[in-house]
Design a protein around this ligand. Sequence first.
Ligand SMILES: Cc1cc2nc3c(=O)[nH]c(=O)nc-3n(C[C@H](O)[C@H](O)[C@H](O)COP(=O)(O)O)c2cc1C
Length: 119
Amino acid sequence: MFAEAISRALDIPDVYDMTTKETSTINEYDMLILGTPVHGFNPSKESISFIKNLPETEGKEAILFITCRLWKGGTFGKLKKELKKKGYKTGLCVEVKAKEFTEEDFAGAINKLKKELKK
Ligand SMILES: Cc1cc2nc3c(=O)[nH]c(=O)nc-3n(C[C@H](O)[C@H](O)[C@H](O)COP(=O)(O)O)c2cc1C
């Protein structure tokens, strides 16, 4: 839901499901915007597997967005560490916290993304 809200707000049509897409597609892009729910104070297993399967790069920028209910724990740190192993530089990290997510919950985070992408 967050990924789709970002896609619409920023007019980025290419949204990929990390569990179904081939990771080599990433080579066609200059930037990775990756999101995951927080599971047990950590990134989802799917997001870590996805990163581990990424082709190596040199200093490509990654932007992270996460959703959680209460506390994100070490989620960003873990994602950054795995991305760094693949040569990514992580820039903006945005978090949305809610019990039941609605489009409105994403508005603040989307504004931060918009600002970052205008730079
Ligand atoms: C197995 C599991 C573990 C979770 N662990 C956490 C957690 O450690 N911290 C937290 O704030 N939310 C936790 N949550 C809540 C999820 O982060 C939240 O439901 C999710 O971000 C909503 O996004 P989704 O609809 O894409 O799953 C957990 C949810 C599940 C199902």
